[in-house]
Design a protein around this ligand. Sequence first.
Ligand SMILES: Cc1cc2nc3c(=O)[nH]c(=O)nc-3n(C[C@H](O)[C@H](O)[C@H](O)COP(=O)(O)OP(=O)(O)OC[C@H]3O[C@@H](n4cnc5c(N)ncnc54)[C@H](O)[C@@H]3O)c2cc1C
Length: 427
Amino acid sequence: MGAREAQSTLEALAVFRARARAWVHDNLEPLNGADPFMGHANDDADQVVRAKAIQRKLWDAGFAGLCFPTEYGGRSLSSEYQVAFNEESRGYELPLLFNTPTLTIIMPTILDFGTEEQKQRFIPAALRGEELWVQFLSEPTGGSDLAGALTRATRDGDVFILNGSKVWSTYAWKSDYAVCVCRTDWDVPKHRGLSVLMVKVHQPGITIDQIKHVDGTEEFCQEFFDDVPVPIDQVLGEVDDGWTVTSRLLFHERSSVGGSSPYEVGPRSSERRGGQFDALATLQRSVQGEDPRIRQLIGEARVLTRVHQALVRRIGTSIRSGRLPAPAGSIPRLSNGMLGVRMSAIALEIGGDRTVAWEEGDPIGDIGVAYLGRQGFCLGGGTTEIARNIISERVLGMPREPSQDVDRPFREVQTNATNTTPTAAEG
Ligand SMILES: Cc1cc2nc3c(=O)[nH]c(=O)nc-3n(C[C@H](O)[C@H](O)[C@H](O)COP(=O)(O)OP(=O)(O)OC[C@H]3O[C@@H](n4cnc5c(N)ncnc54)[C@H](O)[C@@H]3O)c2cc1C
Protein backbone atom coordinates (compact mmCIF):
# COMPACT_ATOMS: atom_id res chain seq x y z
CA MET A 1 0.00 0.00 0.00
CA GLY A 2 1.37 3.45 -0.95
CA ALA A 3 1.57 6.42 1.37
CA ARG A 4 -1.42 8.22 -0.14
CA GLU A 5 -3.62 5.08 -0.06
CA ALA A 6 -2.69 4.53 3.56
CA GLN A 7 -4.00 8.01 4.19
CA SER A 8 -7.46 7.35 2.77
CA THR A 9 -8.19 4.03 4.50
CA LEU A 10 -7.05 3.37 8.03
CA GLU A 11 -4.17 0.96 7.78
CA ALA A 12 -4.00 -1.74 10.48
CA LEU A 13 -1.25 -1.03 12.99
CA ALA A 14 0.61 -4.25 12.23
CA VAL A 15 0.57 -3.53 8.48
CA PHE A 16 1.76 0.03 9.08
CA ARG A 17 4.55 -1.23 11.32
CA ALA A 18 5.77 -3.71 8.68
CA ARG A 19 5.67 -1.01 5.98
CA ALA A 20 7.57 1.43 8.24
CA ARG A 21 10.19 -1.23 9.04
CA ALA A 22 10.84 -1.96 5.36
CA TRP A 23 10.95 1.74 4.40
CA VAL A 24 13.28 2.68 7.25
CA HIS A 25 15.63 -0.17 6.36
CA ASP A 26 15.75 0.88 2.69
CA ASN A 27 15.83 4.67 3.10
CA LEU A 28 17.45 5.81 6.36
CA GLU A 29 21.11 5.64 7.39
CA PRO A 30 21.93 3.25 10.25
CA LEU A 31 23.50 5.13 13.15
CA ASN A 32 26.15 2.48 13.79
CA GLY A 33 26.75 3.78 17.28
CA ALA A 34 26.54 7.52 16.45
CA ASP A 35 24.63 9.76 18.90
CA PRO A 36 21.01 9.75 17.62
CA PHE A 37 20.72 13.43 18.54
CA MET A 38 23.62 14.39 16.26
CA GLY A 39 23.25 11.67 13.60
CA HIS A 40 26.00 11.65 11.00
CA ALA A 41 26.44 15.44 11.03
CA ASN A 42 29.96 16.77 11.31
CA ASP A 43 28.96 20.01 12.99
CA ASP A 44 25.86 21.93 14.07
CA ALA A 45 25.31 23.62 10.70
CA ASP A 46 25.60 20.27 8.93
CA GLN A 47 23.08 18.87 11.42
CA VAL A 48 20.44 21.37 10.24
CA VAL A 49 21.01 20.50 6.58
CA ARG A 50 20.77 16.76 7.29
CA ALA A 51 17.69 17.16 9.52
CA LYS A 52 15.88 19.15 6.83
CA ALA A 53 16.74 16.56 4.16
CA ILE A 54 15.61 13.60 6.30
CA GLN A 55 12.42 15.34 7.38
CA ARG A 56 11.69 15.85 3.65
CA LYS A 57 12.27 12.13 3.03
CA LEU A 58 9.74 11.27 5.76
CA TRP A 59 7.27 13.68 4.18
CA ASP A 60 7.71 12.24 0.67
CA ALA A 61 7.12 8.73 2.03
CA GLY A 62 4.07 9.71 4.08
CA PHE A 63 5.74 9.20 7.47
CA ALA A 64 5.92 12.87 8.54
CA GLY A 65 3.46 14.31 11.06
CA LEU A 66 1.58 11.05 11.64
CA CYS A 67 -0.60 12.58 14.38
CA PHE A 68 -1.23 15.90 12.59
CA PRO A 69 -4.51 16.23 10.64
CA THR A 70 -4.40 15.29 6.96
CA GLU A 71 -5.69 18.73 5.92
CA TYR A 72 -2.40 20.23 7.17
CA GLY A 73 -0.11 17.60 5.68
CA GLY A 74 -0.27 15.00 8.45
CA ARG A 75 -1.86 11.56 8.55
CA SER A 76 -4.53 11.94 11.29
CA LEU A 77 -3.29 8.74 12.94
CA SER A 78 -3.37 7.94 16.66
CA SER A 79 -0.24 8.02 18.81
CA GLU A 80 0.14 4.21 18.59
CA TYR A 81 1.25 4.66 14.97
CA GLN A 82 3.91 7.20 15.93
CA VAL A 83 5.10 4.86 18.69
CA ALA A 84 5.29 1.98 16.16
CA PHE A 85 7.28 4.16 13.74
CA ASN A 86 9.60 5.23 16.54
CA GLU A 87 10.23 1.62 17.53
CA GLU A 88 10.91 0.52 13.97
CA SER A 89 13.28 3.44 13.28
CA ARG A 90 15.38 2.98 16.42
CA GLY A 91 19.06 2.82 15.46
CA TYR A 92 18.57 4.92 12.28
CA GLU A 93 19.29 8.60 11.65
CA LEU A 94 16.17 10.75 12.15
CA PRO A 95 15.50 14.51 11.98
CA LEU A 96 15.39 14.91 15.77
CA LEU A 97 16.20 18.61 15.51
CA PHE A 98 12.61 19.09 14.30
CA ASN A 99 11.04 17.58 17.41
CA THR A 100 11.45 20.31 20.00
CA PRO A 101 10.14 22.93 19.74
CA THR A 102 8.97 22.78 16.08
CA LEU A 103 6.80 19.66 15.93
CA THR A 104 6.03 18.95 19.58
CA ILE A 105 5.34 22.49 20.83
CA ILE A 106 4.85 25.15 18.19
CA MET A 107 2.96 23.30 15.44
CA PRO A 108 0.46 21.83 17.95
CA THR A 109 -0.11 25.37 19.29
CA ILE A 110 -0.62 26.73 15.76
CA LEU A 111 -3.09 23.87 15.32
CA ASP A 112 -4.90 25.00 18.48
CA PHE A 113 -4.95 28.77 17.82
CA GLY A 114 -3.88 29.52 14.24
CA THR A 115 -6.20 30.89 11.60
CA GLU A 116 -6.91 28.57 8.67
CA GLU A 117 -4.36 30.55 6.58
CA GLN A 118 -1.71 30.27 9.30
CA LYS A 119 -2.23 26.51 9.65
CA GLN A 120 -2.00 26.02 5.87
CA ARG A 121 1.05 28.31 5.66
CA PHE A 122 3.14 26.96 8.54
CA ILE A 123 2.29 23.33 9.44
CA PRO A 124 2.97 21.66 6.05
CA ALA A 125 6.18 23.74 5.64
CA ALA A 126 7.48 22.38 8.95
CA LEU A 127 6.43 18.81 8.11
CA ARG A 128 8.23 19.13 4.75
CA GLY A 129 11.40 20.09 6.66
CA GLU A 130 11.57 23.57 5.19
CA GLU A 131 11.19 25.66 8.35
CA LEU A 132 12.72 25.09 11.76
CA TRP A 133 11.31 27.05 14.73
CA VAL A 134 12.56 28.45 18.03
CA GLN A 135 10.77 29.89 21.07
CA PHE A 136 11.48 33.49 22.09
CA LEU A 137 10.00 33.31 25.62
CA SER A 138 12.62 33.93 28.32
CA GLU A 139 14.06 37.40 28.86
CA PRO A 140 17.22 38.65 30.56
CA THR A 141 15.04 39.74 33.53
CA GLY A 142 13.78 36.18 34.11
CA GLY A 143 12.15 33.22 32.41
CA SER A 144 9.81 31.81 35.05
CA ASP A 145 7.55 34.85 35.17
CA LEU A 146 6.71 34.75 31.47
CA ALA A 147 3.69 36.97 31.99
CA GLY A 148 6.10 39.71 33.06
CA ALA A 149 7.60 39.96 29.53
CA LEU A 150 9.10 43.38 28.76
CA THR A 151 9.73 42.90 25.04
CA ARG A 152 7.17 45.15 23.41
CA ALA A 153 5.25 45.25 20.13
CA THR A 154 3.62 48.55 19.17
CA ARG A 155 0.91 48.64 16.52
CA ASP A 156 1.66 50.77 13.45
CA GLY A 157 -1.02 50.25 10.78
CA ASP A 158 -0.74 46.69 9.43
CA VAL A 159 2.39 45.83 11.38
CA PHE A 160 3.62 45.51 14.93
CA ILE A 161 7.03 47.04 15.65
CA LEU A 162 9.03 44.77 17.93
CA ASN A 163 11.67 46.01 20.41
CA GLY A 164 13.46 44.33 23.29
CA SER A 165 15.52 41.23 23.96
CA LYS A 166 15.08 37.47 24.50
CA VAL A 167 17.61 34.99 25.85
CA TRP A 168 18.25 31.25 26.37
CA SER A 169 16.77 30.59 22.92
CA THR A 170 17.84 27.11 21.86
CA TYR A 171 19.58 27.15 18.46
CA ALA A 172 17.99 30.44 17.39
CA TRP A 173 20.78 30.94 14.87
CA LYS A 174 19.79 27.71 13.11
CA SER A 175 16.08 28.50 13.06
CA ASP A 176 13.83 30.07 10.42
CA TYR A 177 10.85 31.26 12.51
CA ALA A 178 10.12 32.02 16.15
CA VAL A 179 7.10 32.41 18.39
CA CYS A 180 7.74 35.54 20.43
CA VAL A 181 5.80 36.52 23.57
CA CYS A 182 5.63 40.30 23.82
CA ARG A 183 3.70 43.08 25.51
CA THR A 184 1.11 44.88 23.41
CA ASP A 185 -0.81 46.66 26.18
CA TRP A 186 0.87 48.22 29.26
CA ASP A 187 -2.31 49.59 30.82
CA VAL A 188 -3.90 46.30 31.87
CA PRO A 189 -2.73 43.64 34.38
CA LYS A 190 0.23 41.66 33.14
CA HIS A 191 -1.58 38.54 31.90
CA ARG A 192 -4.02 40.59 29.83
CA GLY A 193 -1.63 42.69 27.71
CA LEU A 194 0.46 40.06 25.93
CA SER A 195 0.45 38.83 22.33
CA VAL A 196 2.30 36.01 20.56
CA LEU A 197 3.94 36.95 17.26
CA MET A 198 5.33 34.57 14.65
CA VAL A 199 8.59 36.21 13.61
CA LYS A 200 11.02 35.49 10.78
CA VAL A 201 14.32 34.99 12.62
CA HIS A 202 16.82 36.19 10.02
CA GLN A 203 15.78 39.71 9.01
CA PRO A 204 17.02 43.29 9.44
CA GLY A 205 16.57 44.54 13.03
CA ILE A 206 17.24 41.17 14.69
CA THR A 207 20.73 40.60 16.08
CA ILE A 208 21.56 37.12 17.36
CA ASP A 209 24.44 36.55 19.79
CA GLN A 210 25.51 32.95 20.42
CA ILE A 211 26.40 32.15 24.02
CA LYS A 212 29.22 29.73 24.76
CA HIS A 213 28.49 27.22 27.55
CA VAL A 214 30.78 25.84 30.19
CA ASP A 215 30.85 22.52 28.28
CA GLY A 216 32.03 24.27 25.10
CA THR A 217 28.74 23.98 23.17
CA GLU A 218 26.79 26.96 21.79
CA GLU A 219 23.13 25.98 22.13
CA PHE A 220 21.79 29.24 23.58
CA CYS A 221 21.44 32.64 22.02
CA GLN A 222 20.39 36.12 23.01
CA GLU A 223 18.41 38.16 20.47
CA PHE A 224 18.04 41.92 20.26
CA PHE A 225 15.07 43.43 18.42
CA ASP A 226 15.41 46.94 17.03
CA ASP A 227 12.22 48.17 15.33
CA VAL A 228 11.44 44.82 13.72
CA PRO A 229 8.22 44.99 11.64
CA VAL A 230 5.91 41.97 12.07
CA PRO A 231 2.74 41.83 9.91
CA ILE A 232 -0.48 41.67 11.96
CA ASP A 233 -1.50 38.47 10.19
CA GLN A 234 1.41 36.85 12.04
CA VAL A 235 -0.21 37.25 15.45
CA LEU A 236 -1.01 33.78 16.82
CA GLY A 237 -4.36 33.85 18.63
CA GLU A 238 -5.97 37.15 19.60
CA VAL A 239 -4.07 40.40 20.13
CA ASP A 240 -3.66 40.96 23.91
CA ASP A 241 -4.78 37.37 24.62
CA GLY A 242 -1.26 36.00 24.24
CA TRP A 243 -1.35 34.51 27.73
CA THR A 244 -3.89 31.93 26.58
CA VAL A 245 -1.61 31.00 23.69
CA THR A 246 1.50 31.02 25.90
CA SER A 247 -0.18 28.70 28.41
CA ARG A 248 -0.85 26.28 25.57
CA LEU A 249 2.78 26.50 24.39
CA LEU A 250 3.82 25.65 27.94
CA PHE A 251 1.37 22.75 28.11
CA HIS A 252 2.80 21.26 24.90
CA GLU A 253 6.33 21.98 26.17
CA ARG A 254 5.71 20.09 29.41
CA SER A 255 4.31 17.14 27.44
CA SER A 256 7.38 17.23 25.26
CA VAL A 257 9.94 17.63 28.04
CA GLY A 258 8.10 15.06 30.15
CA GLY A 259 8.08 12.57 27.25
CA SER A 260 4.32 12.30 26.62
CA SER A 261 3.95 14.27 23.36
CA PRO A 262 2.26 12.24 20.58
CA TYR A 263 4.17 14.28 17.96
CA GLU A 264 7.73 13.31 18.90
CA VAL A 265 9.61 11.31 16.26
CA GLY A 266 12.28 8.78 17.24
CA PRO A 267 13.92 8.52 20.65
CA ARG A 268 12.36 10.99 23.06
CA SER A 269 14.41 13.98 24.15
CA SER A 270 13.73 12.71 27.66
CA GLU A 271 15.87 9.70 26.64
CA ARG A 272 18.81 11.92 25.76
CA ARG A 273 20.56 10.42 28.70
CA GLY A 274 20.38 7.24 26.62
CA GLY A 275 23.98 7.96 25.66
CA GLN A 276 24.79 7.74 29.30
CA PHE A 277 22.92 4.45 29.51
CA ASP A 278 25.05 3.07 26.69
CA ALA A 279 28.10 4.35 28.50
CA LEU A 280 26.74 2.82 31.70
CA ALA A 281 26.35 -0.53 29.98
CA THR A 282 29.92 -0.30 28.65
CA LEU A 283 31.14 0.65 32.07
CA GLN A 284 29.23 -2.21 33.62
CA ARG A 285 31.03 -4.63 31.33
CA SER A 286 34.41 -3.01 31.88
CA VAL A 287 34.17 -2.70 35.67
CA GLN A 288 36.12 -5.57 37.08
CA GLY A 289 34.73 -7.82 39.78
CA GLU A 290 31.47 -7.51 41.58
CA ASP A 291 31.78 -4.11 43.23
CA PRO A 292 28.48 -3.95 45.18
CA ARG A 293 28.43 -0.14 45.14
CA ILE A 294 28.61 -0.08 41.30
CA ARG A 295 25.97 -2.79 41.01
CA GLN A 296 23.71 -0.78 43.33
CA LEU A 297 24.13 2.38 41.22
CA ILE A 298 23.39 0.53 37.98
CA GLY A 299 20.31 -0.97 39.61
CA GLU A 300 19.18 2.46 40.76
CA ALA A 301 19.60 3.87 37.24
CA ARG A 302 17.51 1.09 35.75
CA VAL A 303 14.74 1.39 38.35
CA LEU A 304 14.54 5.18 37.99
CA THR A 305 14.26 4.87 34.24
CA ARG A 306 11.54 2.21 34.39
CA VAL A 307 9.56 4.23 36.92
CA HIS A 308 9.85 7.38 34.80
CA GLN A 309 8.74 5.56 31.65
CA ALA A 310 5.72 4.09 33.47
CA LEU A 311 4.87 7.54 34.87
CA VAL A 312 5.04 9.12 31.40
CA ARG A 313 2.68 6.44 30.02
CA ARG A 314 0.26 6.67 32.90
CA ILE A 315 0.05 10.45 33.10
CA GLY A 316 -0.18 10.77 29.30
CA THR A 317 -3.07 8.28 29.14
CA SER A 318 -4.81 9.90 32.10
CA ILE A 319 -4.64 13.39 30.57
CA ARG A 320 -5.87 12.14 27.20
CA SER A 321 -8.81 10.33 28.82
CA GLY A 322 -9.67 13.32 31.04
CA ARG A 323 -8.93 11.53 34.34
CA LEU A 324 -6.25 14.12 35.09
CA PRO A 325 -6.26 17.85 34.20
CA ALA A 326 -3.80 19.12 31.54
CA PRO A 327 -1.44 20.72 34.14
CA ALA A 328 -0.64 17.16 35.30
CA GLY A 329 1.85 17.24 32.41
CA SER A 330 4.09 18.90 35.00
CA ILE A 331 4.42 15.56 36.85
CA PRO A 332 6.54 13.81 34.19
CA ARG A 333 8.33 17.13 33.59
CA LEU A 334 9.37 17.17 37.27
CA SER A 335 10.33 13.50 37.19
CA ASN A 336 12.39 14.08 34.03
CA GLY A 337 14.35 16.91 35.68
CA MET A 338 15.09 14.90 38.82
CA LEU A 339 16.01 11.83 36.78
CA GLY A 340 18.36 13.82 34.56
CA VAL A 341 20.32 15.25 37.47
CA ARG A 342 20.52 11.92 39.32
CA MET A 343 21.51 9.93 36.22
CA SER A 344 24.32 12.40 35.48
CA ALA A 345 25.66 11.91 38.99
CA ILE A 346 25.33 8.10 38.84
CA ALA A 347 27.18 7.94 35.53
CA LEU A 348 29.97 10.15 36.86
CA GLU A 349 30.32 8.10 40.01
CA ILE A 350 30.52 4.82 38.11
CA GLY A 351 32.90 6.18 35.47
CA GLY A 352 35.23 7.72 38.05
CA ASP A 353 38.44 9.40 36.85
CA ARG A 354 37.89 8.51 33.20
CA THR A 355 34.88 10.85 33.03
CA VAL A 356 36.96 13.91 33.91
CA ALA A 357 40.13 13.13 31.89
CA TRP A 358 39.77 10.95 28.83
CA GLU A 359 41.55 9.98 25.65
CA GLU A 360 40.42 11.79 22.49
CA GLY A 361 37.43 9.96 21.00
CA ASP A 362 36.63 7.91 24.15
CA PRO A 363 32.79 8.11 24.54
CA ILE A 364 33.25 8.00 28.32
CA GLY A 365 34.10 11.70 28.02
CA ASP A 366 30.43 12.39 27.15
CA ILE A 367 29.54 11.55 30.75
CA GLY A 368 31.81 14.26 32.13
CA VAL A 369 30.49 16.81 29.64
CA ALA A 370 26.86 15.87 30.37
CA TYR A 371 27.52 16.25 34.12
CA LEU A 372 28.55 19.88 33.56
CA GLY A 373 25.17 20.63 31.98
CA ARG A 374 23.03 18.54 34.35
CA GLN A 375 21.15 21.46 35.93
CA GLY A 376 19.69 22.18 32.49
CA PHE A 377 17.35 19.22 33.07
CA CYS A 378 15.68 21.23 35.86
CA LEU A 379 15.54 24.51 33.91
CA GLY A 380 14.71 23.93 30.25
CA GLY A 381 11.00 23.80 29.52
CA GLY A 382 10.21 25.66 32.74
CA THR A 383 11.96 24.90 36.02
CA THR A 384 11.17 22.02 38.35
CA GLU A 385 10.29 24.55 41.07
CA ILE A 386 7.60 26.00 38.82
CA ALA A 387 6.47 22.44 37.96
CA ARG A 388 6.03 21.79 41.71
CA ASN A 389 3.97 24.98 42.03
CA ILE A 390 1.73 23.91 39.15
CA ILE A 391 1.24 20.41 40.54
CA SER A 392 0.35 21.71 44.00
CA GLU A 393 -1.95 24.51 42.82
CA ARG A 394 -3.58 23.12 39.69
CA VAL A 395 -3.52 19.35 40.19
CA LEU A 396 -3.73 18.95 43.98
CA GLY A 397 -5.87 22.08 44.49
CA MET A 398 -3.65 23.65 47.16
CA PRO A 399 -3.83 27.44 47.78
CA ARG A 400 -2.27 29.63 45.08
CA GLU A 401 1.00 31.46 45.60
CA PRO A 402 0.32 35.06 46.77
CA SER A 403 1.00 37.64 44.07
CA GLN A 404 1.38 41.42 44.27
CA ASP A 405 1.09 42.27 40.61
CA VAL A 406 -1.76 40.38 38.95
CA ASP A 407 -4.44 43.05 39.42
CA ARG A 408 -2.47 46.22 38.63
CA PRO A 409 -1.78 47.80 35.23
CA PHE A 410 1.59 46.41 34.15
CA ARG A 411 2.97 49.93 33.63
CA GLU A 412 2.76 50.43 37.43
CA VAL A 413 4.43 47.14 38.33
CA GLN A 414 7.98 47.40 39.64
CA THR A 415 10.33 45.24 37.60
CA ASN A 416 14.09 44.89 37.83
CA ALA A 417 14.32 46.62 34.44
CA THR A 418 11.83 49.46 34.73
CA ASN A 419 13.83 51.59 32.30
CA THR A 420 12.41 49.49 29.47
CA THR A 421 8.82 50.33 30.40
CA PRO A 422 7.61 52.79 27.76
CA THR A 423 5.95 56.03 28.73
CA ALA A 424 2.23 56.28 28.03
CA ALA A 425 3.07 58.35 24.94
CA GLU A 426 5.42 55.62 23.57
CA GLY A 427 2.91 52.81 23.71
C1 LIG B 1 18.33 23.43 28.05
C2 LIG B 1 17.53 24.70 28.09
C3 LIG B 1 16.85 25.11 26.95
C4 LIG B 1 16.11 26.31 26.98
N1 LIG B 1 15.52 26.72 25.82
C5 LIG B 1 14.83 27.88 25.80
C6 LIG B 1 14.26 28.37 24.59
O1 LIG B 1 14.44 27.77 23.52
N2 LIG B 1 13.55 29.51 24.62
C7 LIG B 1 13.37 30.22 25.77
O2 LIG B 1 12.69 31.23 25.72
N3 LIG B 1 13.92 29.81 26.95
C8 LIG B 1 14.66 28.66 26.98
N4 LIG B 1 15.24 28.23 28.15
C9 LIG B 1 15.12 29.05 29.35
C10 LIG B 1 14.24 28.42 30.42
O3 LIG B 1 12.90 28.40 30.01
C11 LIG B 1 14.47 29.27 31.68
O4 LIG B 1 15.77 28.99 32.15
C12 LIG B 1 13.48 28.95 32.78
O5 LIG B 1 12.17 29.28 32.41
C13 LIG B 1 13.83 29.70 34.07
O6 LIG B 1 14.04 31.06 33.82
P1 LIG B 1 15.36 31.79 34.37
O7 LIG B 1 16.53 30.93 34.05
O8 LIG B 1 15.35 33.18 33.86
O9 LIG B 1 15.21 31.75 35.95
P2 LIG B 1 14.30 32.68 36.85
O10 LIG B 1 12.93 32.76 36.29
O11 LIG B 1 15.03 33.96 37.07
O12 LIG B 1 14.26 31.85 38.19
C14 LIG B 1 15.41 31.70 39.04
C15 LIG B 1 15.16 30.59 40.04
O13 LIG B 1 14.03 30.96 40.88
C16 LIG B 1 13.03 29.94 40.82
N5 LIG B 1 11.70 30.57 40.84
C17 LIG B 1 11.28 31.61 40.08
N6 LIG B 1 10.00 31.90 40.35
C18 LIG B 1 9.58 31.00 41.29
C19 LIG B 1 8.34 30.77 41.97
N7 LIG B 1 7.28 31.52 41.71
N8 LIG B 1 8.28 29.74 42.85
C20 LIG B 1 9.36 28.95 43.11
N9 LIG B 1 10.58 29.14 42.50
C21 LIG B 1 10.66 30.14 41.61
C22 LIG B 1 13.25 29.22 39.51
O14 LIG B 1 12.73 27.90 39.55
C23 LIG B 1 14.77 29.26 39.39
O15 LIG B 1 15.34 28.20 40.12
C24 LIG B 1 16.02 27.07 28.16
C25 LIG B 1 16.72 26.66 29.30
C26 LIG B 1 17.47 25.50 29.27
C27 LIG B 1 18.23 25.09 30.50
